[in-house]
Design a protein around this ligand. Structure first.
Ligand SMILES: CC(C)(COP(=O)(O)OP(=O)(O)OC[C@H]1O[C@@H](n2cnc3c(N)ncnc32)[C@H](O)[C@@H]1OP(=O)(O)O)[C@@H](O)C(=O)NCCC(=O)NCCS
Length: 225
């Protein structure tokens, strides 16, 4: 299998041209702006409030360092601690770097990564994140590539149906609940995709797919129904 160029991953199955490429210092302002979104602050582990210095640290310092280390072929503290993040980019007039979201792989342990993602609210509902997840997963499992994952994990706060939909469409298999160790104490849905499993929708998922948070909360804590 030909190795994927991790610095330019085209997104398939969309009605628009979009691709993934590493986060750079040019993305600082877009990252800062998009990360003010309340849903991103609610559902991700990003700092909240999200400050300009957070965007600078992420886009201008940590990510360029991690990508430079990967290009140089040495496993670094940067890759282990911050992982690798791609910008989700669309072409079009007036879009600057075209950044409308981020998808990342965080290193957990040898051959195991955890995937995470967020999108500009204005870019949601177009299938961009599912296409991005599939591209990243193919690259992560590429036996000729540098990441050589044997498993990719996904975790989300119980009730995050938008993220659940992306994970389900990308081939993740639901594993169960785990306690959240953050201040919020919202339990987490946990799912995984293992090398060799198809990167395509998994139907059904064993968790309920409620239209309100009520049944998700009930699953997390049945005693409180
Ligand atoms: C997760 C995220 C990237 C998904 O973006 P997206 O793929 O464009 O998708 P949408 O937000 O439009 O929603 C995805 C699907 O979930 C569905 N969905 C969203 N909220 C839902 C809810 N409360 N109940 C049921 N379904 C829901 C949508 O209807 C959509 O399905 P459809 O295409 O069949 O209509 C985006 O919502 C986001 O950035 N959220 C904030 C950050 C975040 O949660 N990150 C993940 C942390 S684990």
């Amino acid at each position: 299998m030909a190795s994927h160029d991790l610095t330019r991953l085209p997104l398939a199955g969309l009605t628009e041209t979009a691709w993934l490429s590493p986060i750079t210092a040019d993305d600082v302002e877009a990252v800062f702006r998009i990360c003010q979104d309340p849903d991103i602050q609610r559902w991700t582990t990003l700092p909240s409030p999200y400050r300009h210095s957070d965007a600078v640290g992420f886009a201008a310092d940590l990510q360029p360092q991690a990508w430079a280390d990967l290009a140089a072929g040495h496993w670094s503290g940067a890759i282990s601690s911050v992982g690798l993040s791609w910008g989700i980019r669309r072409s079009g007039p007036g879009t600057g770097t075209g950044l409308c979201g981020v998808i990342g792989l965080k290193w957990i342990r040898e051959e195991v990564w955890e995937i995470g993602w967020w999108l500009d609210p204005a870019a949601r509902g177009r299938g961009l994140m599912t296409a991005a997840a599939r591209a990243v997963l193919e690259a992560a499992f590429d036996p000729a590539g540098p990441l050589r994952a044997s498993q990719v994990l996904w975790r989300a706060g119980v009730g995050n149906q938008a993220s659940r939909a992306v994970a389900q469409r990308s081939g993740f298999h639901y594993l169960g609940l785990e306690p959240d160790r953050s201040a919020d104490q919202v339990p987490l849905w946990r799912a995984a995709l293992t090398a060799g499993q198809p990167i395509r929708p998994v139907v059904p998922w064993p968790i309920p797919q409620p239209s309100t948070r009520t049944s998700a909360q009930a699953e997390a804590d049945p005693a409180r129904q």
